[in-house]
Design a protein around this ligand. Structure first.
Ligand SMILES: [Zn+2]
Ligand SMILES: [Zn+2]
Length: 347
């Protein structure tokens, strides 16, 4: 095995450099993973453009990542060299009150693989084995990057406690919206109503099993949602569109007792929203952050069983050394792709 590894480093907003390094050997409890694929999402775009405060450069991006175990620092029954894996990117301390309560995704000292620690825009990464989850050998590793996203979607739906027979509206039908639509259908929700302005995304939503599609912006979808729910309103609205305007539109669509699940967030202040519906309609607003190990395990199981087909979600693939071009294109056309994948195996 070569002990040289190439990685692509973000040294400033919108500025990548290719760097070589000598690979360290895995120590006890660590694995060296040969990275296969990294999907790029809005979180990466936000970091790439320098959006979040407190970013510390250089950053090696990449947190929706799959690969193959190349070497282990110590024996573990879960993993052997050659095992395909997906990475849990939520890096936790293990000793704060949240970690000790089993809410590791809320860790007070949490970091993201691909932001606070080096991510997968690299040929190899060194990572503790507890962040690695075995994937079925038959699963293509570029598509399997979507299982990280599916795990976050599953986390939100567990939080929102979706029940069979409930009317569910999903705002936005990008990768996360489509996975929400599919998972709600699998939970027996009915009708599952997909809302998007994009016709091609609604066609995909229908292919994912959406019972109804509404071709409209979030704020204009209310009359159609009311009609499709016989004037009663939705039990649950899941927001993957994430603008400041979506909270009010979503609450307006809920039946009394309904739940608004805020999956994608905007940093913009929300104006024009009154807390009164929390009393009068007794609606709940549910937040959801990241994922847990149970969510990753469930996502792998769902996809391995064939209930969710993520083939076709990878809209474009770039070799590792062209990562800069991938990000430039994604920034130009963020809504034109379900997922752009960066291939660390390609030359
Ligand atoms: Zn992501
Ligand atoms: Zn912690």
């Amino acid at each position: 095995m070569s002990q040289q590894s190439t990685r692509v480093v973000l040294v400033a907003p919108r500025k990548f450099e290719v760097a070589e390094r000598v690979l360290p050997s895995p120590r006890e409890g660590e694995a060296l993973v040969r990275i296969a694929a990294t999907a790029v999402c809005h979180t990466d775009l936000d970091i790439y453009t320098g959006g979040p405060k407190n970013l510390r450069y250089p950053i090696v991006l990449g947190h929706e990542s799959t690969g193959v175990v190349a070497a282990l620092g110590s024996q573990t029954p879960r993993l052997q060299p050659g095992q395909p894996v997906i990475i849990n990117p939520v890096i936790t301390c293990g000793h704060c009150d949240c970690c000790l309560r089993g809410h590791e995704h809320l860790c007070r000292n949490a970091g993201l693989f691909g932001r606070e620690i080096e991510g997968s825009l690299s040929r190899y990464v060194l990572i503790p084995t507890r962040y690695l989850y075995p994937l079925p050998h038959a699963m293509p590793l570029d598509e399997a990057t979507l299982l990280e996203t599916l795990a976050t979607v599953r986390h939100a739906q567990v939080r929102a406690n979706l029940q069979a027979g409930e009317a569910v509206v999903v705002f936005g039908q990008g990768a996360t919206g489509l996975l929400h639509t599919r998972l709600a259908v699998l939970s027996g929700c009915h009708p599952v109503i997909a809302v998007s302005r994009s016709r091609w995304k609604l066609e995909r939503a229908a292919a994912m099993g959406a019972h109804e599609v509404v071709a409209a912006g979030v704020e204009d979808a209310l009359p159609e949602v009311a009609r499709l729910t016989h004037g009663l309103g939705a039990d649950v609205v899941i927001d993957t569109a994430g603008g400041a305007h979506t909270l009010k539109a979503g609450i307006d669509m809920l039946r009394p007792g309904g739940r608004f699940c805020s999956f994608s967030l905007s940093h913009e202040p929300v104006s024009g929203v009154s807390a009164f519906p929390l009393y009068f309609k007794e609606v709940s607003i549910i937040g959801s952050r990241a994922l847990t190990s149970a969510d990753i395990e469930a996502a792998i199981e769902i996809a391995a069983g064939g209930a969710i087909d993520v083939s076709g979600f990878v809209s474009a693939t770039y070799p590792l050394l062209d990562a800069a071009a991938a990000f430039e294109e994604y920034e130009r056309n963020p809504n034109a792709y379900l997922r752009i994948v960066i291939d660390s195996r390609a030359d």
